[in-house]
Design a protein around this ligand. Sequence first.
Ligand SMILES: Nc1nc2c(c(=O)[nH]1)N[C@H]1C(S)=C(S)[C@@H](COP(=O)(O)O)O[C@H]1N2
Ligand SMILES: [Mo]
Length: 257
Amino acid sequence: MKKLLIILLAIFLILAGCSQNAADAPSTNEITDTNEEIKDETSENNEDANKPEAEEDEKAEVDVSENVSEEAAEPEAEEATEEIPGREEPIREEVSEEGQAGEEQGENIENALKIKGLVEKELSLTLDELKAMDDIIFEADFYSLNNFGTTGYTRFKGVKLWDLLKNEAIIKAEASKISIIAQDGYSVEFTPEQVQMEYMDETNPDNKYPMIIAWEENGQEYSPDEGNTYKLVVGQKEPGDINKPQWVSNIDLILVE
Ligand SMILES: Nc1nc2c(c(=O)[nH]1)N[C@H]1C(S)=C(S)[C@@H](COP(=O)(O)O)O[C@H]1N2
Ligand SMILES: [Mo]
């Protein structure tokens, strides 16, 4: 009888042990998961918390105001990156022999101004080719206003974008959107009408400015060491127009859709 009791007790203990293990197993995992989650959140919070400290005050301010004023431009930049088929493709597929030669040299082709999409001729233009377009070159002091009211004048030299699209790339009649996309993904979109129109300067209301692709700023050409050497420059639509966020630097591509 005692033996039977001992055997029953042993069986009971074994069963109890198993079920405890079974119950333990998931809860151990849960604890691990939770710890990982906590760890992840903590490191994210740390990153967020460190960012503003790591940056200059001015830069932090820029970021904040950009989120408010440039909602339109910045999410589009992400979309554009996903939407453009073949954007990362080697350029040799759609450019001239000159382009291919440039690609072998590496640097030159990186610095080409590309125009793709709804145009008769997709282009990849070198700086020398742009400089040779005498009849569409424009140079002037452009006034800028940014989102916290900073103003200034910058001298730019470049080609008129609409003339480039109309005469060189030969934009198709059905085109409705022109995206200026930078190497860092920043992009700004315009309608063909917006690219064609003349802009103003609230401090010189009689002056008229075309939208240009500039390669020279305050008498100095951009250095290819700092990315593609083309900047979109646009004046103001009306007094108070915050135009500086539209000055897209290091242009990678002009996409016509
Ligand atoms: N490629 C690229 N161009 C850009 C931006 C950017 O983030 N990337 N920021 C824009 C914004 S929001 C402003 S205010 C101006 C700032 O120009 P700055 O750096 O010469 O002051 O550049 C504009 N062009
Ligand atoms: Mo900005």
